[in-house]
Write a new protein. Structure first.
Length: 181
């Protein structure tokens, strides 16, 4: 005699109740998974629309053949967002959405510090320039979130911003503020 099987969500299913092997079932069991699924679909559709409509929002520029057009970077970001949202949709459909987020006041504090530091970054970005502002942001954020090795912090701050600056200026042809440096 077959025994009853228990499912993770607490429901009981009897043998022969339509859950035979080979049958595809969507792994969305709770309201939060359905809302996550809905938001992921909206983000996927929105990023797909913006990817297609991007030429309407970006000015056309006459470029040399080897130059990257201004539409490249926005489309690259939209493509990444679209692919990530598809990944979320697939995880939810396949029932592998085991990510749990616990609300804590420490988490709220950390998000607030991140938000305020990003606002400060935006406001001083043009005055101090990309390299100095980004280096300061890297040091502060890394230290705040637990990296206490000053050698690693300073190496990261000294190497990463100039490399990104050159990448944007020489390859993407996007001018970032030089600031006081």
């Amino acid at each position: 005699m077959e025994q009853n099987s228990s499912i993770e969500d607490g429901t009981r299913r009897e043998p022969g109740d339509g859950t035979a092997k080979g049958r595809l079932t969507i792994g969305l069991r709770s309201f939060s998974e359905w809302t996550d699924f809905g938001f992921a679909v909206l983000i996927a559709l929105g990023s797909l629309y913006l990817f297609i409509a991007a030429p309407l929002y970006v000015d056309k520029v006459i470029l040399e053949p080897e130059e990257i057009p201004p539409i490249f970077f926005p489309r690259l970001v939209l493509l990444v967002v679209f692919l990530l949202s598809l990944g979320v949709i697939l995880r939810l459909i396949l029932g592998r959405s085991s990510i749990q987020v616990d609300f804590t006041w420490k988490g709220v504090e950390r998000m607030t510090v991140l938000f305020v530091s990003m606002l400060l970054y935006i406001f001083v970005f043009k005055r101090l320039g990309f390299i100095l502002t980004t280096a300061l942001m890297i040091v502060f954020q890394s230290w705040y979130y637990g990296n206490r090795s000053w050698i690693k912090l300073l190496l990261l701050a000294a190497i990463f911003p100039p490399v990104i600056y050159v990448l944007f200026q020489r390859i993407f042809h996007i001018m970032l503020p030089r600031g006081i440096l």
